[in-house]
Write a protein that binds this ligand. Sequence first.
Ligand code: ADP
Ligand code: MG
Length: 270
Amino acid sequence: VPHGAPAHTRAPVTTETVLEAKGLAKTYSRGGWFGARAVVKAVHDADFTLRRGETLGLVGESGSGKSTLARCVVDLVRPEAGHMLFHGQDLRPLSRADRKPFRKRIQMVFQDPYASLNPRRRVGDIIAEGPITHGEPRAQALDRARDLLRLVKLDPGAMDRFPHEFSGGQRQRIGIARALAMEPELLIADEPVSALDVSVQAQVLALLAEIRARLGLTMLFITHDLRVAAQVCDRIAVMQRGAIVEIGPTAEVFGNPQHSYTRALLDSIP
Ligand code: ADP
Ligand code: MG
């Protein structure tokens, strides 16, 4: 497996800790037939650290809990146990209102570019919506949206068009622009290229690498595709049935896997 993005696309990795997750857990309970309830431990005992400027990859097969863990970090899901320290401050005991300023600094790019953009809103409004909700004047937010379109290499004319007028790859660029509009320091990308054709995947990955280096972003990059993980991640965390079973530098995890599940994943690459 090849590893490491070209040096010029890398942000300098520092020792400063942006996020530290300790013992995060999330259980879903699903109603079944005749009152039977199925309980799914989607994430348990999850520990990991994100250092400023690094990209941590979260890999593992479908259903292993990657999206749930990502959703805990962006506050779309409330973990029922553990600690989530953002620059040393534990966000979990805070009220929703007190978590709001932190939420702005952690943004997410979603997997499905067809489901994640509001079909009734113009692209400019989609990108500007978050900043406007957080109090930025509308005109200024729209100006920045136009600049962001340029950053993600879309024509400024896209501002007044609707999501359905764009291809999957273009929509994913719009989703990236929307996340960047909040000026996050931590970007979570949940399978950002899995829904795209292979040729388009490479373009979107290159864009993410460029933006990450330019803005000095810290990233949590989720993928079930180990080749993609090897290309873009500094470190890798391997998830199996809700737990992180192995974590380390990309070259070590892929070159000398310690856990049998990691070896099985690597062996399954055609
Ligand atoms: P991954 O992203 O690795 O595919 P998920 O976090 O989506 O994994 O899912 C982990 C487990 O939690 C799976 O068993 C899945 O069926 C379950 N799950 C995920 N979301 C929900 C939900 N909203 N309600 C109930 N179960 C869920
Ligand atoms: Mg997922």
